[in-house]
Design a protein around this ligand. Sequence first.
Ligand code: SF4
Length: 330
Amino acid sequence: MNESNYKRRLEEVKKFLNVNDAKLISHYYVDSEIQRLTEDTGGCVADSLQMAKFGTEQTEKNLIIAGVRFMGETAKILNPEKKIYVLDKDATCSLDDSCGVDDFKNFCDKYPDRDIVVYANTSAEVKAMSDWVVTSSIAIPLVENLASRGKKIIWAPDKYLGSYIQDQTGVDMIMWDGACIVHEEYKTIELKKLIQELGDCEVLVHPESPRSIIQLADVVGSTTKLINASKISKSKNIIVATEKGIFYQMKKLSPEKNFFEAPTEGEGATCKSCGRCPWMHLNTFDKLMNVINQNNEIHLDEKTVAHAKKSINRMIEFEDKYYQKNKRAS
Ligand code: SF4
């Protein structure tokens, strides 16, 4: 889109947010236009937990979430007094979808002596039945802390992130069998070839990727960690194994570097996986301008909100203490 069209859209969005007393909050994986509109209207582009936390600091009555449904739910859990809208209620997540509340309850009932730790990519109902909600940035220290207190763990829903945590910590974890349809597609042989072709390069990998991809990484971490790593990297060439919406932030911080998508197409493949999340793609300008309606509002019952909030707040308190302690130690 050319700059004058962008500016026209920006004015429309500013007016729209103002009239509706709303703030726009987006995930790193949505299209670059939505990320840019978010930043230019004073909103926040971040990972799922930071999105919800940012919402708690805003005075607007309405929060508009550009991302997927569980992000809207997390925003509602932390901001029950506000109205939360998502651009498209059909924007879901393969991890969330894999972990239905009844099946997960039956699974957990088999291991009553274990703490239930779930990733942020779950429904509000699954969060409500868990002991802890975690993001990829805090999962390892939190699991280590639980293990140091003699706890055994049920982990859900991402089996790859779960195996990565287990590899790093050696903690006893029973895994739910879920995966992200984007990260699961990265191809090891093709990634090795690309590394060889480029020579001087750094490989940044999100831990929702399979173990064989993680083993080729220079940096493994959350979206925020990967963005920071791309900025401080000394390499001119950066290969990234996560949803490619993130390239917008990386290129903005380091316009002089070359960014490459980790390959998702196997040798001889006749169809290509595009490294894009089909649900993140559902967030468009047109939907944004029509978002304030009953259909797009997130509604959760009070009991679910109260229980899920407890599990999320436990993580936030742990995270705050953990970073304070590390700051003092450094
Ligand atoms: S990229 Fe993967 S984990 Fe993220 S929302 Fe899409 S399906 Fe879910």
